[in-house]
Design a protein around this ligand. Sequence first.
Ligand code: PXP
Length: 243
Amino acid sequence: MPTKLRLGVNVDHVATVRNARGGLHPDPVRAALLAAEAGADGITAHLREDRRHISDHDIERLRTQLHVPLNLEMAATEEMLAIALKHKPHAVCLVPEKREERTTEGGLDVAGQHNQLAPYVQKLVGAGIRVSMFIEAEARQLDASKHIGAPVVELHTGRYCETTGTEREKQLQRINAAAEYAAKIGLECHAGHGLGYDTVGPIAAIPTVAELNIGHFLVGEAIFIGFAESIKRMRSLMDAARA
Ligand code: PXP
């Protein structure tokens, strides 16, 4: 049973700000190195089909310069598979991707797309890459992830973060139940999307969750208190909740 809760810091939106002006600043690789120094256990970056934030060159530089594990988020496409097999990051998180969406809306339908996804999982796992499936907190998606051969699932916390009151409570219960079920069927469980200071505690408190991936809030908060400080605060909220 994992006890130490890892924090993966997603640097996509450092690249979003950089790309707004098309230059080199702020550099997501510099932010990743700073994040690792501030206590991130790993760095997460999503190479999207449209390259709206992280670029191919960012991935190359992250791969060579980072001393903590790199978790590459990507869609299950031939193009992305080739990039992953070339760079061999520590981990790949398979996510659904639609060009028109603002961010990753909803989890991957592993149960419904088993046959399309299976060859990607097989090739990535075969290359020694730890594969996780970004899914909704539903038993059938967990079962399908186990069946497809992924050792890890990441539960989508978006709906939990966006809602309030009894609906948020309901979403939290779903995530709790799914995290417990993941451990029961032998999957490592991660969680992420939309987490901030006011939402991280109840998720960090779930004993079977091994890793949280957090980005947008930390980059936004960096405007006010600095990137390192925003990560340190998140880390201490996570540790307090887990204790
Ligand atoms: N986990 C996954 C699989 C994601 O796609 C994202 C967003 O790229 C995150 C975590 C981080 O979400 P946020 O930026 O809202 O913290």
